[in-house]
Structure formats: structure tokens, C-alpha cells
Design a protein around this ligand. Sequence first.
Ligand code: MSP
Length: 667
Amino acid sequence: MTAQRFYITTAIDYPNSVPHMGHAYEKVVADFYARVARLRGIETHFLIGLDEHGQKIQEAADKAGMGPQQFVDDKAAVFRALYEKLGISHDDFIRTSEPRHHQFARDLYERVRDAGDIYKDFYEGEYCISCERFYTISELVDGKCPIHERPTTIIKEESYFFRLGKYRDQVRAHIEAHPEFIHPDERRREILSRLQEEVRDLSISRSTFDWGIPLPDDPAHVLYVWFDALANYYSALLRPRDLTEKFWPADCHVIGKDILWFHTMIWPAILLSAGYELPRQVYVHGFILDKDGRKMAKHLGNVVDPMQVIEDYSVDVLRYYFLRSFSSGKDGKFALADLEERYNSELGNDLGNLILRVAKLVQTRLGGRVRVGDNPEFRERLAPEKTVAAFLAHVDDREHNRALEVVWDYVRAVNTYINDRAPWRLADGEELTSVLAAGVEALRVIAHLTSSAMPEIARSMAATLGFALGPLDALAAPCECEVRPSQPLFPRRESSAPAAVAAAPAAGDGDPFAKLEIRVGHIVEARPHPDADQLFVLSVDLGEGEPRSICAGLRAHLKAEDLSGRAVAVLANLKPAVLRGVPSEGMVLATDRRDGAVVPVDPGAAPIGELITVEGIETQPKKKLSKSHFEKVPLAIEKGVVVYRGRPLRTTVGSLTCDAEDGAPVR
Ligand code: MSP
């Protein structure tokens, strides 16, 4: 994207009922793109709003015993409240009942009429009030609307028509000449194939109800709700301040797949007729389905309320889940168990722990101050250019989930870097400072790249680590960071998970920790390995009758006599190996103590052979566990105890302890 301005819109919602997950999803997706554009320093205008006219709204208002204006005013407050909660950063909110919109919709109708594209006729057809559109018999499924699966009604009335068919070839030519006009390509092909067929003219007025915009030349008719609604993208730019010069044509209309035809055939045809430029892109997202792949619907009892998820987790967790978990353009299942899993692993474990570890070390070891921006260690080991470029390339391709994947690859790389450099093991001095500065600077990059998906989290990161959030251009500027104490940004959730989570598959299922068999052992004897300087050969009693032979890399800091008689935690189902000629049947769990020594973690007075567990996970050990599986299970120190994703490892007498820094990995 090279443009220096960016106008992005979403569909305007029907406020006939309360907003749902689909509405929330679409606004978050559009909000992400708007925020990234601003981050790049591009002048951005982001429009959302409500589609307040039509028969459906009138009927809902009648049912509620209210006038339609009062009805939509009430509903508008509910939609606005959700969008505020969701952190949607729109610049304008259009409601089609506003005078500014009426005025332009009438003008648009007149321009189309003056172009000779409107005539009066009779219309008879199958109408779905929920869709606010006619269907041909062949489009119906079992005689019902294919979207709402409800019977349609035959409507015959006098109506004004728009010569839609006349524009078929022109619109098709435009789509063919501009491959980027409809995204993803799957939707583009769908429309192109439909444009092979005849396109019928469109009835654009109704006279059997009056909740709408009266035609300027025949007020007995109101403008068809779709003609009216599509006009919002332009009407909102005209008033209060005329922004059309700067922002028309729109760069991106974000819509769901059910309203593709309206945006890629009808809207372009209206614009062509009225003499306006066509929007640059229609980006089509998929549908949010329930966890079993069905549409969410009240009568199915499978609706998850976005407000509830925000309350249970936080707004940024929902935003992240939408953007990361649902592939761009595809339908996806909304499953709280899935959200919970991402919360624990990608947010809590990958990102949250990284922030806590780095912040804590900067505070305890550097007195809370660190300078970033001119650190060779960072440039050498964590250079962010490729990450930023890949992130932006995916954004330009409208592949937001991929863009976030790139950021998380970087988060993981930074975690690996910190583990490798093990700052908790370094003595005070230049090396320690530069490793921690590199960590803070990497987090500055991460905060910027996550700020469009998780604006609040990014702000908290900036506040904790003491840097400013600004445009991407300013990212490399040196600054002095003052690191403040931080609360975990993704606190471990107690098992008071919402009902839907509790109903998810049993917690242990699929949890990588379940495959680990960790037992309490006592070291009977420790001797140096005859052939490897780093290793001890331990003889460890696991209560199995015969002690096991286990090689352990503990020789750098401990003596054999420090180990004999000591209680340890042993990964007992690790695939046996032979290390330089000595068999090793398990692994002693160890970590980096505060003083830098690598030492075993301590199970205290727990009985020999006891299984060490994590609450909520049923251990189902694998027979011969690979080292690589174990490495994927993040065990670390938190407040002096060994935890798995924030949950302590337990014996019957307590937890596993070690005097190590928070975040020190246990291996
Ligand atoms: N009012 C019209 C749009 C007019 S645009 C000029 C409309 N409103 S709607 O309230 O029914 O839908 C608003 C948006 O939400 C549409 O883009 C629609 O595709 C989207 N979604 C509605 N349900 C959805 C899901 N279950 N999942 C994702 N988005 C879906 O259509």
C-alpha cells in the first residue's frame, strides 16, 4: 500500500435485534486494518454504522410496540456500546435515519434517474423480509430463503426499477481488469461466474410500508432498503464536513459473504450510473459458526454473547482470538475451549511470560532503567526488519491471521533468545545490560505490531516497559526506558471458567502436559561420567525396586556429594538413551538458580515414586516420550515454584521449589 489516505468501511448493521458475534467480528477485522494504516502514518477514515430502514425494522418496532425511530434509537445505543467496548476506532458512525443520509440517498436516486436508469413497472416475486430482497424460484431451497431457511412471501406491487442488467458487462469488465477489487479470489470467481448469467433489473422502491426514504418524485414509495443502505458509504463523507475529495473512492469495504452481490454488482452499477468512481476493494470475510459448525441462532441455544466474552476474559483477548484464529475470508468455529487454549499458550505463555521475565530482570538487575535503540546485540540477534516487512505484506494481502502468526514467530524467537542468553546466569555488567536491552527493544517491536490487534495490551506493555507507542517509522528511535512493576497481563484464569468452557472436552485431553510422567526420586549415588565432563551418572530410586541410571548435566556447579541423598523430580517416561556409553533412563528436572548455578528443583518431603501433577490435567503418560515433546511443554519458575502455564506442579505435600528468577525455564 503506498496511498497516503485510507478509507475503510464495514457493512452497516440491521438493528432489528441485539448485536451478535458476527457483527463484532466484522468490526474488529476492519478495525485492525484501520489501526495498521494509522500505524503506518496513513491518514485514515474508518466508517461503521446502522442500516435502520425497511420492513424488517418496521416489523420489529411494531412488535416492540414502539415507533420505528424510537426503536432504532434504543438499539443504536446498544450497538454503540458494544463497539465502544470492543475498542473499535471508527472516525464516524452513520445511521441511515439521519438527515445527512436522507439527503444524499435522494440525490443519488435522482442522479441515477437522470441518467435514464429508472423506470416504473410491476414486480411480483418471492420476498424474504429478513434479507430484504427478492429471490427467484431457483434460488429458493425447499421453497425457503437459502439464508434464513424461512418461507418467503409473494409480493406484487408497483415499483420503480433500476436498470441493473444494463451494467452487467461493465461491472464484469471492471472485476476482470482489477483482480484486487474482490478479495479473496474465491469470492471474485463466484461473482464472475454469476455474471455469466443474465442480470435482472432491480426493484428499488416499496409502497406497502413507509419506514424509509420517500422518493423525491413519488413520496408514496420509499427507497428500497439496499439502495438506501449502500449510499451510506458516500453520504457519511459529505457531512458534517465534505471529505469526498480526500477519501472517495473507498479503499476497502469490509463485508460478509452473504452480501457479496450487493457490493460487487449492485453498488458498482449504481455508482457507474450516477457517475462516481468505484471503490478499490471489497474484502469479504467468512461466517462465525458455533463450535459444531452450525450458524449461531437464538433458537438453537448456541449463541455466545460477545459482551460476555469480554467480561470473562478481556476485550483484547476476544480481538486476538477473532484475528488470529479465524483464517481470513473463511468461515470459522467459535469455541471457548479454543479461545482458552490460545489465551494460555500464545498470550499467557509466549507473550505474557516474556514481558514478565524481561521486566522483572530489568528491575532487579538494572534498577529498572535501560536504554534501547542503539544496541548491537539487538541488531545482530533480533533484527526486526524481516518481521515488520512480512507483517505488512500480509496486511496488504488482507491476511490478518498470517500477519499475527509472523508476530508470534518473532515472540517465540525472542523467548528462545532469552533462554539461550540466560541473563539470570550473567554477572552484572555490559553483557547483562545488552541482553536485557535487546529484550526490551524486541518487546517494543512486539508492542507496535500487536497494537492494532490488542490496543490495550500494547498500551500496558508500553507503560510497563517505559517506551512510547508511535508510528512504525519512529520504532528505531533510541530511548531511555523506565521499567515499572507489572501485573501479569494475562493472569491465570481460575477454573471458574464459563459454562461453555467447562463443557469443553476434558481438560487433560490433548494437553501436552498430560503425556508427562514426572515422579519424585531420591539420588542414591552420584559419580562423574567416565567420558563426558559435563555429566554425572546418577543412580536414582523411583520406588521401582531397582534404582535407575540417569545422566544429568549438573557438573558445572555441583559436586557429587551435593547430590547424594537429594530428592529430585524425574521425567520418568523419557525414551531411554545411551549417553557416551552410559544408559540414561529419564531426566532430572533442573533450572538456573538465582546465583547462576544449574540445580535440580526440589520436591521437598514428597514420598518416593509419587506422581507429580497439575490441577485439572489428568496424566495419561506416553510410553516413550520424545525429548522434543518435553521441550514443547513450558515448565518455568514463578515465585519460586515450578509452574506449567501458570499452574503449579504438585505433590501430596506441596509444590516443586527452587530459588530462581521468575521465568527461568525448567529443563
Ligand atoms: N444491513 C445489511 C448490510 C448493509 S451494508 C450497506 C446487513 N446487516 S446485518 O446486520 O445482517 O449484517 C451486518 C454484517 O454482519 C454483514 O456483513 C454480515 O455478513 C455480517 N454477519 C452477520 N452474521 C454473521 C456471522 N455469523 N459471522 C460473520 N459475519 C456475519 O446485512
